[in-house]
Write a protein that binds this ligand. Structure first.
Ligand code: R5P
Length: 259
């Protein structure tokens, strides 16, 4: 791996623990003003000290995040769809030059394996990696599940492996209860999990803990943090699971004590 790419990656995946807590706040790119992120300018700054990086679009970054921030930026560069349309109809919407201009430490895009436009999204990933390798920019590929995909190890393993084969440097996928370790085993690059829809805090902590146990290097989590009744407690608790390997009970206490 080239020095620049390795250095950028080290801003997100801690060289100390080998793990990462990415805070995903890109949801508005197809969902609009999502619950918990209706006012990113107000909602986000308090969470940044506990995130290893922020997964965000250029629009929310420029308008809602102070440029003096220390948090490394992972830029979502795909989009072009909305919840009202065909979700897999995505393209690359943000250039590599823009990612560099915004001092990003990585770029991310969704791939829709098994959906209507899987071919275009997979090819786009290949093209994005070509451009990214030229400038030493890590690429995070997201295995988007669309509306109808089953989130089992067979599907997630297939999608994750394809992303790695296209050259992604990190893969974000969903956790599945059964055989998630097989998904990790079949993917030669680090895996982080998305949190998915909001679930009770203890369950989300358990999911993060299971994912780490099964070989994930961390989370790129959004709704289960920013939609919690206690987002700071939740991100601190997730951070303790990921970086300090604390038990779910200890993490839940961290969440509760923050209240
Ligand atoms: C994925 O494509 C979304 O844009 C989010 O970044 C991702 O789903 C992680 O957020 P959440 O934990 O809310 O699922």
């Amino acid at each position: 791996m080239d020095w620049g790419l390795k250095n950028r990656l080290s801003k997100t995946i801690s060289p100390k623990t080998g793990k990462t807590v990415m805070l995903a706040v890109d949801h508005g790119y197809f969902q609009g003003p999502t619950t918990g992120l209706k006012n990113p300018k107000e909602d986000l700054p308090k969470l940044l000290p506990y995130a290893d990086s922020l997964f965000i679009t250029r629009g929310i970054l420029r308008n809602c995040i102070d440029a003096n921030t220390n948090v490394p930026i992972f830029l979502r560069v795909s989009g072009g769809t909305s919840i009202l349309g065909e979700l897999s109809n995505e393209d690359i919407t943000t250039s590599m030059k823009e990612a560099l201009r915004l001092n990003s430490v990585g770029v991310g895009m969704s791939v829709f394996v098994g959906a209507k436009n899987e071919d275009r999204t997979i090819s786009n990933l290949g093209r994005l990696v070509n451009e990214a390798e030229d400038v030493g920019m890590p690429v995070l590929a997201i295995t988007a599940v669309g509306k109808d995909m089953v989130r089992d190890a067979r599907y997630l393993g297939l999608a994750s492996r394809i992303c790695a084969e296209m050259g992604a440097h990190i893969v974000k996928t969903y956790y599945c209860e059964k055989d998630f370790d097989k998904v990790v085993e079949g993917c030669p690059v680090p895996i982080v999990i998305a949190g998915g829809k909001k679930i009770p805090e203890k369950d989300a902590l358990q999911m993060a803990s299971n994912a780490i146990r099964d070989g994930a290097v961390g989370v790129d989590m959004g709704r289960n943090i920013f939609q919690s009744d206690n987002p700071i407690g939740m991100i601190k608790a997730i951070n303790a699971i990921v970086h300090k390997n604390v038990s779910v009970k200890e993490a839940f206490d961290i969440y509760k004590n923050e209240k």
